[in-house]
Design a binder for this molecule. Structure first.
Ligand code: AMP
Length: 142
């Protein structure tokens, strides 16, 4: 599949659509998933263009993983989670809905099931509050 510049995450990267940003550097961006499967569900994307794991440049993937590695413990601490699930889907048949490569950082708690993929939109206030918690924890943990 060819990369489509009109995908939602490309629009977020260009500032054409808003997001609840938690982190940005020259190579990557992290923001709240708008239909979270768990409170604090965070997405990490590269600024480089790639559809998914099947076409991403290895160096771009390494840059992306550096941010995933940095944010995973921050999201866990900020959300007071018991664990963190990292997920990534490739092609529609595997559950991919947005065709700009991204990793999901999903807080997990011992006693809570994940909500379904593609479920409900979260209130903007809740997303903003969770983004703020994660940004504050990132400031603290570095
Ligand atoms: P997938 O491609 O299956 O990994 O899923 C894409 C994810 O992007 C889903 O979890 C959606 O809830 C999420 N999503 C879709 N549109 C937006 C958006 N505008 N802002 C934040 N997250 C989004």
């Amino acid at each position: 599949m060819a990369y489509d510049d009109e995908n939602i995450f490309a629009k977020i990267l260009r500032g054409e659509l808003p997001c609840h940003k938690v982190y940005e550097d020259d190579l990557t961006l992290a923001f709240m998933d708008i239909m979270p499967r768990a409170d604090g569900h965070t997405l990490v994307i590269p600024k480089a263009k790639a559809v998914n794991m099947l076409d991403v440049e290895p160096d771009d993937l390494c840059d992306l993983m550096r941010t995933v590695r940095r944010l995973a413990p921050v999201v866990k601490e900020a959300m007071e989670a018991d664990g963190i699930l990292i997920q990534q889907f490739n092609e529609a048949a595997a559950g991919q809905m947005v065709f700009h490569i991204h990793f999901h950082i999903l807080p997990r708690w011992e006693d809570q099931k994940l909500r379904p993929h593609r479920a409900e939109m979260e209130d903007a206030d809740v997303l903003a509050a969770n983004a703020e918690k994660i940004r504050a924890k990132l400031e603290e943990m570095g």
